[in-house]
Design a protein around this ligand. Structure first.
Ligand code: SF4
Length: 449
């Protein structure tokens, strides 16, 4: 069946949206930490649109989805439904041209666990007919029943008259999910948030369910905002719907585009990592990108309550940008940045260096170490920055490591920071307009200062 393409009429607009939470504090005297679950996100969802949000667990995609349909109040920025501020309508403040009841009906959700949206003590018919009673008081019970039967048939639940009398526990997971979808469609929504809605289904049911969602999008003129940890599902949906995939990392939307743009030509280094980790997405690009090691410097994801400054991905990015005045190989630069980050965390294995330096002797005492600091520095540099270095870089690194030898971590870190700090650490990149990507590699103006 030929599919509808998204229109240019916005349904939901998120403008500079932030959702920040106060984290539970584990330490008695510690500072209150703020988790930036969603930070400065702009996103517009159009009529008949499909936008799939992907990213690792904890990246903020579900929080963003719930914010888009008014289930989560943002701590900054605005969410508008057809131009109406959703929370003004909810609170009865400001100018309200669209009542909140209509907004609530127009923005629906289906969950990973359909059981959470179906009342286990009601039959399928009652589960669907009760909410309809509220917004279609003009229909009598026989008419509501007829609508429910038709809709069940439309979502592939047949014979509808039989299924309508069953309770949710008498349905399979796939059938429950179809009923949950039917329940949200009864509200004639403009936008459905599908939060990992197909993740729990096995592969063949998953494809059927995604096809059904797209058929119903055409039939009911609705849009989907899909949250998925599975890049293969994201590609399937976005490609068939002529939609977009948005990639999130630590609360930020770092790239958004069509399947052609994002999978055939991923720009953000983090998008490239996601594609690398899903090789069935595109065998051709997967083969080009495949290496034995993941294309990241570190597999550890920073915690959202303490994201790195500048570009949040800079602690893992394999192409972090060296200062413009440095003549240096990328691999060498990466090693130096990793060494400096370890020095800042006082996480350099000093005893290993002393042991390597004095292989046949006991590890020197504290008082002996300052005399051996320059030898320590040479050995440590060979261990941590395994490359032929110009004198300029060798001297800078060994100077920092001499400070490490005598325990002056701050001086060591500052020595490297002053020479090697990247623009990626200092400045947060913003999404650009054409194939939006938040990465300094694609900045149109010079950001090195
Ligand atoms: S801004 Fe820098 S660190 Fe961030 S993804 Fe781009 S190159 Fe990597």
């Amino acid at each position: 069946m030929s599919r509808t393409s998204p229109s240019t009429e916005p349904v939901v607009e998120l403008d500079d949206v932030q959702v920040h939470f106060n984290a539970h504090n584990s330490s008695f005297f510690g500072e209150q930490k703020v988790v930036k679950a969603v930070d400065e996100v702009d996103l517009t969802i159009y009529e008949n649109d499909v936008v799939v949000l992907v990213g690792e667990s904890g990246c903020g995609k579900t929080t963003l989805g719930k914010t888009a349909i008014g289930l989560q109040r943002p701590t900054g920025g605005s969410v508008r439904y057809r131009g109406q501020d959703v929370h003004d309508a909810m609170d009865g403040t400001g100018t309200v041209n669209i009542p909140f009841e209509r907004i609530r009906r127009s923005l629906q959700i289906i969950h990973q666990d359909p059981g959470s949206s179906l009342n286990p003590n009601r039959t399928v018919l009652t589960n669907l007919a009760v909410p309809m009673k509220k917004y279609r008081p003009d229909l009598g019970s026989a008419q509501r029943e007829e609508v429910v039967h038709k809709l069940l048939e439309r979502v592939g639940i047949t014979p509808a008259t039989d299924y309508a009398t069953r309770f949710p526990h008498q349905l399979s997971g796939g059938e429950q999910q179809r009923v949950a979808l039917a329940r949200s469609l009864l509200m004639e929504p403009d936008l459905i948030l599908a939060d990992e809605a197909v993740s729990a289904l096995d592969v063949s049911l998953r494809v059927q369910m995604m096809d059904l969602m797209l058929d119903l999008r055409d039939l009911f003129d609705t849009s989907y905002l899909v949250v998925s940890h599975d890049f293969a599902n994201a590609r399937y949906l976005a490609e068939k719907a002529d939609g977009r995939i948005g990639v999130m990392y630590l609360g930020k939307l770092v790239e958004i585009g069509t399947v052609d743009e994002l999978i055939q030509n991923p720009k953000h280094p983090y998008t490239q990592v996601l594609i690398w980790s899903t090789p069935m997405l595109d065998p051709r690009s997967a083969a080009e990108m495949s290496t034995d090691d993941p294309p990241v410097r570190s597999i550890d994801i920073p915690t959202p309550d303490d994201p790195p400054g500048g570009c949040h991905f800079h602690t893992r990015c394999p192409v972090i940008i060296p200062p413009a005045d440095l003549d240096i190989e990328q691999d060498t630069y990466n090693d130096i940045i990793d060494l400096r980050l370890d020095i800042e965390d006082e996480d350099v294995d000093v005893e290993r260096v002393w042991a390597a330096l004095e292989a046949d002797k006991p590890v020197p005492s504290e008082s002996e170490r300052s005399e051996l600091a320059s030898e320590f520095a040479v050995t440590a540099r060979e261990l941590f920055v395994d490359a032929d270095l110009d004198d300029e870089h060798r001297e800078a690194i060994e100077g920092a490591l001499e400070a490490v030898a005598i325990g002056d971590w701050e001086h060591a870190a500052e020595t490297l920071r002053s020479k090697y700090e990247s623009v990626c650490e200092r400045k947060q990149p913003q999404l650009q307009s054409d194939h939006p990507v938040a990465c300094h590699l694609y900045d149109t103006e010079d950001v090195s200062e």
